[in-house]
Design a binder for this molecule. Structure first.
Ligand code: NAP
Length: 310
């Protein structure tokens, strides 16, 4: 019997208990899933920052910590965590993110807001929108989510540029990397989608300097993390018209405080961190697969590199 400690909130336990047990049974793993295994008895920890576990040092026989969340910025710097850490990449989450990004990009690209806000009985043919082929989109982040969303946009005809830390080759996406590649990825682009992790290197990657590079009136979609944007620089760029509109799903403080200027800015759409959910049905299969791999001596999926911070 393999002991798996569930270390997340009460609500997460209610959501995940049955789904995890079903996934373990499907993978033919004999697992005792519990919220109360003693630290020395736990072979794996299913973890989310919604719970209270902070000190991983007593878990001396733990083979891996398996995160229920995709973003690991709240655990990656924990000095007591010496066990391998795998983050969540759930196929349904990838699909959800792809749908969110495509919906927001098409909405800004087509200028749909002027019709949504203008149901006043007056027949007003607005400007002719560009077709996708004429409107380059830049994906900042070409990981599991950025690649899927970028490829979906490319399949619709958008010229897609992608930017990553290390060199990447993705058929259908014009790839740039590193500090030196950022300018070329952003210059003259029609829209920016942020799907980077929150690290010290990515903080304020959209700032007054980088926001000046896209075509005038370009849009920003941020389902990545709030720290990626210098908020006052974005508000200034929206005011000047350099940036024409923004859809923001993630913020430095969540929930976004009442009275934050984003709420009242007509060019900004706030969505409450709903771009892509981890769905228990598919996510639990990923946890089970990682335990199976670990027990079979195979490498874990989606292992976090603590040095890089993601
Ligand atoms: P991932 O697979 O780890 O990919 C991250 C991408 O960012 C990689 O392409 C990576 O470059 C790039 N990157 C990291 N640091 C960089 C730097 N300093 N300069 C340039 N590029 C850099 O992550 P993912 O699964 O695609 O997820 C991305 C983020 O989405 C997560 O970290 C999380 O914050 C966010 N997210 C949000 C929601 C939501 O509901 N809003 C849901 C899930 C996830 P390399 O390719 O060279 O490694």
């Amino acid at each position: 019997m393999i002991n798996v400690l569930f270390a997340a909130s009460d609500a997460d336990w209610r959501t995940y208990e049955a789904a995890l047990n079903a996934a373990f049974a499907k993978a033919r793993l004999a697992i005792d899933l519990s919220r109360s295994h003693a630290p020395k008895e736990a072979s794996y920890i299913v973890y989310a920052p919604s719970g209270s576990l902070q000190d991983f040092s007593p878990f001396t026989d733990c083979k891996a910590v398996l995160s229920l969340w995709a973003g690991v910025e709240r655990i990656v710097g924990n000095q007591t965590l010496t066990q391998p850490l795998a983050r969540m990449v759930d196929p349904s989450m990838v699909q959800g993110m792809m749908e969110y990004v495509v919906a927001q990009v098409l909405r800004h690209h087509l200028g749909m807001d002027r019709y949504l806000r203008g149901q006043d009985g007056v027949w007003q043919q607005g400007e002719m929108p560009p077709v996708a082929q004429d409107n380059p989109i830049t994906m900042l982040g070409l990981g599991e989510l950025g690649r899927a969303a970028g490829l979906a946009l490319a399949s619709l005809g958008f010229p897609v540029r992608g930017w990553s830390r290390s060199p990447r080759k993705v058929a259908g996406i014009d790839c740039y990397h590193g500090e030196a590649g950022l300018g070329d990825a952003l210059k003259g682009t029609g829209g920016i989608v942020l799907l980077l992790p929150s690290t010290t290197e990515t903080e304020n990657i959209l700032n007054a300097r980088s926001l000046a590079l896209p075509a005038k009136g370009a849009f920003v979609v941020n389902p990545g993390r709030g720290t990626l944007i210098d908020d006052s620089a974005l508000l200034s760029a929206l005011k000047s018209g350099q940036i024409g509109g923004a859809t923001l799903d993630v913020f430095r403080t969540e929930p976004l405080p009442e009275g934050h200027p984003y709420w009242s800015n007509p060019k900004v759409t706030v969505t409450p961190h709903i771009a892509a959910f981890t769905r228990p049905g598919s996510a639990c299969g990923v946890i089970a697969e990682n335990i199976r791999r670990s027990e079979a001596g195979e490498p874990l999926l989606y292992l976090v590199d603590r040095g890089r911070g993601y």
